[in-house]
Design a protein around this ligand. Sequence first.
Ligand SMILES: Nc1nc2c(ncn2[C@@H]2O[C@H](COP(=O)(O)OP(=O)(O)OP(=O)(O)O)[C@@H](O)[C@H]2O)c(=O)[nH]1
Length: 218
Amino acid sequence: MKAMERYGGQKHAMTGVILAGGQNRRMGGQSKALLMYEGDTFLARQLAELGSLCAELLVVAQEPERYEAVVHTFSGESPVRIIPDLQPGRGPLAGFQAAMRAASYEELWIVGCDMPWADAEAAKALSELRNGVGADAAVAKIDGRLHPLHGVYLKSCLPETERLLAANDLRLMRLFDSVALQVADESFLERKGISTGFIRNINDPDEYERLTGKRLRF
Ligand SMILES: Nc1nc2c(ncn2[C@@H]2O[C@H](COP(=O)(O)OP(=O)(O)OP(=O)(O)O)[C@@H](O)[C@H]2O)c(=O)[nH]1
């Protein structure tokens, strides 16, 4: 089923966030959001997937002009805004901050732009899990590792996000020391019929070549 049709046009009161403000050093500076897979950029795939669930979309990036053409071709109903980091060059935690400050909704589904299999079913399951216990955030734990870059977060995580930025403690995982986190493990995802592939990301030309058979040149 196409992502757009999955929820019958019914959007969740949730802001979908794509973090695309990284330096892409391992990709020679080429934006991972604009890599092609199965005829679309990662960004276009993610806009369709996040837009199938969320009533609003944000792309957090420093150079909006890089992404405008893709955003303009997005045909979903949810409005999309490209917003900058408020603290550029400080990593994904700064992207969280900008998104939480700009979002119209209390709940955010946040993904890294290098995750071409971002999955609305997984986000919905994480949101339900979080909501069921009144936690501030929910992320998957797969093969013993937490995956904060495909997670759902309430704006209640903003004060701790900003405290960490002020303390120059930029590790995303540090957020989980202080906010109420709910973890979705493999057995939870399996019960929901959700494959764990959504956490996979593409970081360098070798990983991209394994995915597509094409070698990037830069
Ligand atoms: N908004 C925002 N997103 C970021 C920032 N740094 C990283 N990200 C995003 O967070 C995700 C994970 O980033 P990494 O792969 O760790 O870093 P990267 O800069 O993209 O790539 P490398 O330079 O090769 O490490 C990607 O989607 C990045 O675009 C930032 O400073 N601001």
